[in-house]
Design a protein around this ligand. Structure first.
Ligand code: ADP
Ligand code: ZN
Length: 742
């Protein structure tokens, strides 16, 4: 008997609710047998039946027996989560400020969060390309159908049919019409095959001989792996230095030891190419990503738990794959902001990877050519072990980077004369070109030449971006779209003008420049589905495309030996964002894009167009010099106590009622001032957020800086959560260790 004499068996249950603690339930005698921590139970809470996880079997409780509710049903006969994952989720809830149940809910496949069976899902038909024009036509005549398509396009993957109906507040009929038209498919959630499993297998043969730097790295990592000791490595190697090969070798060794491996890559880098590298080496590999259906996720989860699959590759949520006897956790491109989750719980996959590895007694490898300054500092102060791989494989040279000062060259459209010439020459030689422009659409700004006003979104503090194919201006904040005004909305003068060049314009300009070249574009406007990526990347790999234009979607994980020229059309778009990491991001992106050239036998050339040729981020990226960038940037961070010399909590208040946001913001300022010591926590704000109006909501923010080791962080976070709980409006978002200030 586990429970106290007066209570019988007790279970502490975590529910997906923003509560401070777990609830204790009594377990009826006929359910108590075999009940274990990590199993799911159904319980009544607040008049509703809910699914929760048993996190403890306490021997006593303060709640009088008469007030204890019973567990309604036990849903499993074995735990769905092991002790390690319970520990990691508890840590996550505490650190990022959510309940244990909310943290668990973020981890479990949706199927395990419900009692019911499989559901109907809705997704876009892969056969029918939905053109933007179809969308525009629909919008005018069939508004509900338009909204369904938009939502599915934005989601980039299947959606639960009932969720869709509820979210859009529509009947089933527009969905049924779209199904009849062949644009949308409806099916049982379990009928879908894994979108990535059909990817063409690309063999990545094991190199005959490892380079010395690879052998050294592998040796260093296998020591703790064999000894079953936790250790975190920062593997800093330039692009093409053979990092992936190091991961593959370490994982091979890990499997031979009978242990499992988890590899995290940024969602955007989760290409069929990356996946097939792992599949060709290890056979069975479970892939986890956000575009999967619930059923796929559940199947993958089950096969991992049952030890059928010992390698998992995926985006940040793959970290929670229930891998028994975990030996290695790899985080590739560890500096990527996309490892941070954008909704509650706002966890950082990279930081949690270290927590998970520590809990499992595993090794954690954080790999990057341009590590985050946080990880770099952790390597310098000895918390992580630094391994450097400065050479490219087989004596490959890092491509030469030429910076083009846009203040002093002639432009034709988006291209300076040297870039235009380089593109033409490369295409003539039969080589491939990548052009990077990190802005979608045709022209980012539409403005009036008479009164100089800019066309802005009515609901957002943002200019409307012209999309030529759509024949619309679109707000990238809220997706509102409209026909571009022929006259100025402010002064009625005719003749609006475009300013700036988006990826759509770069695509058409380069087609004009090289009329015979085969050009394709990859950005979130042109790539709606997994199949789109596969098709374009497959063609580029087969050299059926000469020039690939894209946003940061093309910066990662691609390896095409035919590429000899990378043109960065504008390096400046992120340089002056109001974010303390603006320079770091620019540096990282430039290095990453540059790494796409010269990966084959041909040498590569990078041309960077910028208005700020002397900015350290640009100069250091041109020199492929991460240490130089870090030594320039770190003192600036230290002076202002920004990470890695302090931790940051971002607090956002937003509401339609501006006066309310201002009033509660001022009140919060008082509360923080009163309760937090200025020695531990520095409070900035309230101030208008960088995007002060979004979807008609006014936004004010605070930035709290605490000590580098988190001194003052718990106190500040708990105070904020408490305040947030007491106020229904405005909405208050608390983000611990935010990756973006916008
Ligand atoms: P990174 O991940 O650092 O960008 P990769 O591991 O992808 O580098 O290696 C770059 C290229 O070099 C790949 O095509 C890979 O197959 C090849 N490669 C890696 N290690 C070796 C080696 N020891 N010998 C020969 N080729 C190698
Ligand atoms: Zn808007």
């Amino acid at each position: 008997m586990l429970g106290g004499a007066s209570h019988g068996v007790l279970a502490s249950v975590a529910l997906k609710r923003p509560m401070r603690s777990e609830y204790t339930y009594a377990v009826p005698a006929d359910m108590a047998d075999g009940l274990a921590v990590g199993m799911r139970v159904a319980v009544h809470f607040g008049g509703r039946r809910e699914v929760g996880i048993v996190v403890d079997l306490p021997s006593s409780t303060d709640v009088p027996a008469s007030r204890l509710k019973n567990v309604s049903a036990v849903l499993d006969n074995e735990p769905v989560l092991d002790e390690d994952l319970l520990h990691v989720t508890r840590w996550m809830g505490t650190y990022y400020g959510c309940s244990w149940g909310e943290a668990l809910a973020a981890v479990l496949p949706a199927v395990l969060k419900r009692e019911g069976g499989r559901r109907q899902i809705t997704r876009l038909s892969p056969a029918e390309g939905i053109g933007a024009l179809d969308l525009a036509t629909l919008e005018d005549r069939y508004e509900a159908q338009h909204r369904v398509l938009r939502t599915l396009l934005d989601a980039g993957g299947p959606l639960d049919r009932n969720d869709l109906v509820r979210k859009l507040n529509i009947s089933l009929s527009p969905i049924q019409t779209l199904i009849k038209k062949g644009w949308v498919i409806a099916e049982q959630a379990d009928a879908v095959t894994d979108a990535l499993s059909g990817a063409p297998a690309e063999n990545r043969t094991e190199p005959e001989e490892l380079m010395a730097q690879q052998a050294t790295a592998i040796e260093a990592i296998s020591k703790p792996l064999k000894a079953r000791e936790f250790e975190t490595f920062l593997l800093r190697g330039v692009t093409g230095s053979g990092k992936t090969e190091v991961y593959l070798s370490v994982i091979k060794e890990c499997l031979e030891l009978g242990r499992g491996a988890i590899v995290l890559v940024p969602e955007i880098a989760l290409t069929p190419q990356t996946v097939s590298w792992f599949r060709s080496r290890f056979g069975q590999v479970a892939v986890l990503h956000s575009r999967m259906t619930d059923a796929q996720r559940h199947d993958a989860w089950k096969s991992v738990r049952q030890r059928e699959v010992r390698v998992v590759v995926g985006a940040r949520s793959a970290l929670f794959a229930p891998m028994p006897d975990l030996g290695v956790v790899v985080v590739d491109e560890e500096h990527e902001p996309s490892f941070k989750q954008g909704s509650t719980p706002r966890y950082h996959g990279r930081d949690l990877a270290v927590v998970r590895a520590r809990q499992a007694g595993a090794v954690c490898i954080l790999g990057s050519a341009t590590p985050s300054l946080e990880s770099w500092e952790n390597a310098r102060n000895g918390r992580y072990t630094l391994i450097e791989m400065p050479e490219r494989v087989q004596g490959g040279k890092l491509p030469e980077v030429e910076v083009i000062d846009l203040n002093s060259v002639k432009m034709s459209g988006p291209f300076s004369a040297p870039l235009a010439l380089a593109i033409k020459e490369a295409v003539q030689r039969g080589e491939q070109v990548i052009l990077f422009q990190n802005r979608r659409g045709f022209a980012p700004v539409l403005w009036c030449n008479s009164c100089r006003s800019v066309v802005k979104c009515e609901q957002c503090d943002a200019s409307m971006v012209f999309h030529r194919k759509l024949k619309r201006v679109v707000c990238h904040g809220c997706c509102a779209e409209q026909r571009p005004p022929k006259q100025c909305p402010t002064c009625s003068a005719p003749g609006m003008r475009f300013l700036g060049e988006g990826s759509e314009q770069v695509e058409s300009a380069v087609q004009l420049l090289c009329p015979d070249a085969r050009v394709a574009r990859m950005d979130s406007d042109s790539m709606h589905r997994q199949e789109d990526y596969e098709r374009v990347l497959g063609k580029f790999g087969a050299r059926e495309i000469d020039i690939l234009v894209g946003t940061q979607m093309i910066a990662k994980g691609l390896d095409f030996p035919g590429v000899t020229l990378v043109g960065i059309v504008s390096a400046d778009s992120a340089l002056h964002l109001p974010d303390f990491r603006a320079a770091e991001r620019t540096f990282q992106l430039l290095c990453q894009v540059s790494g796409r050239a010269g990966r084959g036998v041909l040498s590569g050339r990078i041309l960077v167009q910028t208005h700020f040729p002397n900015h350290p981020a640009i100069l250091c990226a041109a020199g492929h010099d991460f240490p130089a960038f870090a030594s320039h940037e770190l003192p600036l961070r230290e002076e202002l106590s920004y990470p890695p010399y302090g931790r940051v909590i971002l607090v956002l208040l937003d509401d339609e009622d501006q006066a309310l946001v201002d009033r509660i913001g001022a009140h919060l300022a008082d509360v923080l001032d009163h309760h937090l010591s200025d020695e531990l926590v520095e409070i900035l704000g309230p101030a208008p957020a960088p995007i002060a109006l979004l979807r008609n909501r006014h936004r004010r923010f605070f930035l709290l800086k605490t000590g580098a080791r988190g001194e003052g962080l718990d106190q500040a976070r708990d105070l904020l959560l408490d305040f947030a709980n007491k106020h229904n409006r405005p909405r208050i978002t608390v983000d611990v260790d935010p990756v973006s200030m916008l």
